[in-house]
Ligand binder design. Structure first.
Ligand code: UDP
Length: 399
């Protein structure tokens, strides 16, 4: 694990000194983060890096993961989809099971804390049983719940309203709640296996190991196989580009233990890519950070063509590697990507195809956009800024 001082060459001494000063004001406080998976997806990615750094700052911080059976994750995936606006089946039996699993989890936890940070809807109901265990309860919502299905939000908000505050990734996601709501943008860690520098030799070795032949430009999307990430739209865009420009598409995904829909969406993607020699589908284990890093570095153009997105860490990951990104003009992607400067925002497979072709034919402009992209991430989306925002908010809430 990297030391705080390692970040000085990247963000400067002042930034690290400020983190230490902020942390000093929270000494003797105990923090517990709770989510629903230790690996796979953006929340696990952030917590795996932020929790050790918070401990290095002298803050006693632990990370708990709730358990759930397959039925529970079916329910929470329906909640996730419903919160992002999809029509979903949401029955009383499902809500009863959700509550029951949260109650069982509550019985397993034996901590007392000053701050409990509960991430996303899966563990939100823990507060029902555990409220007295901590002074401050904060619900951290990572998804775009700005236009939820009413029945799902009505159910979830019963729990959310019991919290002292909520944190969203963007102001547009804030809800009609009586308690204070705050904005914190997510971040990436430049020293994680996902983002650290790799040599060209290391990148080539990963391509060889995964059977990717680097003889044509690579277009890449890295995402869980989830319909909101629109992998079928990416295939459509690619097919339009490939008519005139030789290139290959890599769709890289992995499973997250709290996302039961992956295999079904993967099967649909396989069907759409059947017989396509220029498309490679890679289903990697959730801890394939080094491999994802190498693939992002090998790519010529990186796409994140989501049609709903809480934040989309993959966009920032790609930008940090000096790549221009073509992203769906939705959710947190519009925060990260400066249209026409660090990449392009698109609204359709056709628009996506147009921009892929545009970048493939302009390598110098691609490189220039990539350089701007990296600086944009340095200034806005590194973990040091995220921890600063987090500590400032905790100090504010505590006072
Ligand atoms: N990721 C990964 N392997 C995969 C797919 C995704 O390591 O096969 C990582 C990806 O690099 C990013 C995170 O999982 O760090 C996904 O976060 P994002 O915010 O993009 O989307 P989420 O899955 O949280 O909706």
């Amino acid at each position: 694990m990297s030391e705080l001082s390692d970040y000085i060459p990247i963000v400067g001494q002042q930034v690290i000194d400020q983190l230490r000063r902020l942390a000093d004001r929270l000494q003797n406080s105990r923090f517990v983060h709770v989510n629903s998976t230790r690996s796979g997806g953006g929340v696990a990615e952030i917590l795996s890096r932020a929790v050790p750094l918070l401990n290095q700052l002298g803050l006693e911080t632990s990370w708990e993961v709730i358990f759930g059976d397959p039925d529970f994750f079916e329910v929470t995936k329906a909640m996730h989809n419903g919160l992002q606006g999809d029509k979903v089946k949401f029955t009383p039996a499902m809500t009863a099971h959700y509550r029951e699993i949260n109650r069982e989890n509550a019985r397993r936890f034996d901590w007392e804390a000053d701050f409990v940070l509960v991430h996303d809807p899966q563990p939100a109901a823990l507060i029902e049983d555990l409220r007295p265990r901590a002074k401050n309860w904060v619900w951290r919502c990572h998804i775009d719940a700005s236009r939820p299905r009413l029945e799902v939000w009505k159910f979830l908000s019963k729990f959310v309203k019991q919290y002292d505050a909520s944190v969203f990734s963007m102001s547009r996601f804030a809800q009609n709640l009586a308690h204070p709501q705050y904005i914190i943008h997510p971040s990436i860690d430049p020293f994680s296996d996902k983002n650290r520098e790799l040599t060209p030799g290391e990148v080539q070795a990963v391509l060889a190991r995964l059977g990717v032949v680097n003889d044509r430009p690579i277009i890449l999307q890295v995402s869980r196989f989830d319909s909101f990430k629109d992998p079928l739209g990416v295939i459509q865009a690619f097919q339009l580009v490939r008519r005139h420009t030789p290139c290959q598409l890599l769709l890289v995904g992995g499973e997250a233990t709290d996302d039961p829909e992956g295999p079904e969406i993967f099967a649909r993607v396989q069907e759409a890519a059947a017989g396509e020699t220029d498309i490679t589908l890679l289903m990697l284990p959730p801890d394939s950070h080094y491999e994802v890093n190498a693939l992002q570095r090998a790519a010529d153009v990186i796409v994140q063509k989501s049609i709903r997105e809480g934040f989309g860490l993959t966009v920032t990951e790609a930008m940090w590697k000096g790549k221009p990104v073509i992203g769906g003009a939705v959710g947190g992607i519009v925060l990260q990507l400066r249209d026409y400067h660090t990449g392009f925002l698109v609204h359709s497979p056709e628009g996506c195809a147009f921009r892929i072709r545009y970048l493939l034919h302009r390598p110098e402009m691609s490189r220039r956009m990539g350089r701007l992209a990296k600086e944009f991430v340095r200034n806005h989306f590194l973990i040091t800024r995220h921890i600063r925002d987090f500590l400032s908010l905790m100090i504010f809430i505590n006072n």
